[in-house]
Structure formats: C-alpha cells, structure tokens
Design a protein. Structure first.
Length: 171
C-alpha cells in the first residue's frame, strides 16, 4: 500500500494539531494550589443597540410607525415564545408608544434596552398563556402578556407575562 506525500503530510499535520490541543488543554494542578487568572476589564463606551427579532413593517412617512392592527396581524401568525396555546387564542388589547423609561417602570425594572428617552411600542395581550417547564414541572398559566417593539425598526424586543390566571390552579 502506498501513501502519497500529500496525504502523509496532511495526516502528520492533523496529528500535530491534536497533540498540541491535548497538551494545551491538560494542566496539572497540585491539590490546594491556586492559579491566578487575569480578569478582563468591563467593556468601555456605549453598548450595542438591541436587535430584536424581525416583526413589523415601519411606516416611514410620518405619524405612528405602525398600528394596533399591524400588531394584531403579526400575532395571527406568530406566538409568544414557549407559549403552549395557539396564537389564535390571544387578543391584542392595546398598543401604546412609550419611552424606554416608562416601559421599565411598568415592568418593575425590566428594560427593552434602548436609550432611556427613546420610544418603543408596548402592546398588551390577553388570552390564555401556558408555559411549561422541564418534566415533572408544573405549567404556569397567565391571562395577560406584553410585547415590546422597536419603533425605528419594527423588531420585537421583548415579551413577557403580566399576571397569573385567576382561579386556575397550576398543573
């Protein structure tokens, strides 16, 4: 059996890579010995703007960037992540254009992540929202939820629940 020179060097290079990765990953440490690890400094400057998920078309001609009906149309084909009930069972109750700070106050500190005075769209939803955890966990049921959209891009920035379903035991 003959092996070409190219194959021989390829196998040799691959073996050298495996050995170097293996030796670099192995570090013997005496019991009780501590190694010093340099901490990375925190990022400097302004953070990146959240991207969110593509959702609504923004009307750039002035006025409101989108309407409540646009949000209704979006939720006819898109459900809240991890919600076990069909999107056809949710209803868009309202759409408000608020600042990031106002949304953060309403959500007890949770923020969409845009600049403090920047406008976002806050939609309130009603229906039955059921979220399950890993087995053998119980499901959590809610009757109200929210969705926050970026008014400049139309992207969905965040979703969550507002209150637990009254009188319905968790299963």
């Amino acid at each position: 059996m003959t092996i070409s020179l190219r194959t021989y060097f390829s196998v040799l290079a691959f073996a050298a890579l495996i050995v170097s990765l293996g030796l670099g990953a192995c570090h013997y440490q005496q019991p009780g010995e501590q190694t010093k690890v340099a901490l990375k400094p925190p990022p400097q400057g302004a953070g990146h703007r959240p991207q969110g998920m593509t959702a609504l078309y923004v009307n750039a001609t002035g006025g409101q960037p989108f309407t409540k009906q646009d949000v209704v149309t979006y939720f006819k084909t898109h459900n809240l992540p991890m919600n076990m009930t069909p999107s056809s069972q949710l209803h868009v109750d309202s759409l408000e254009f608020l600042t990031n700070d106002q949304v953060s106050q309403r959500l007890q500190g949770a923020s969409p992540g845009v600049a403090p005075g920047e406008k976002v769209a806050f939609a309130t939803l009603s229906g039955l929202f059921v979220f399950t955890g890993p087995p053998p966990g119980k499901s959590a049921r809610f009757s109200r939820a929210y969705a926050v959209f970026d008014t400049s891009t139309g992207n969905l920035l965040m979703v969550g629940t507002l209150q637990q379903e009254q009188g319905t035991p968790l299963r």
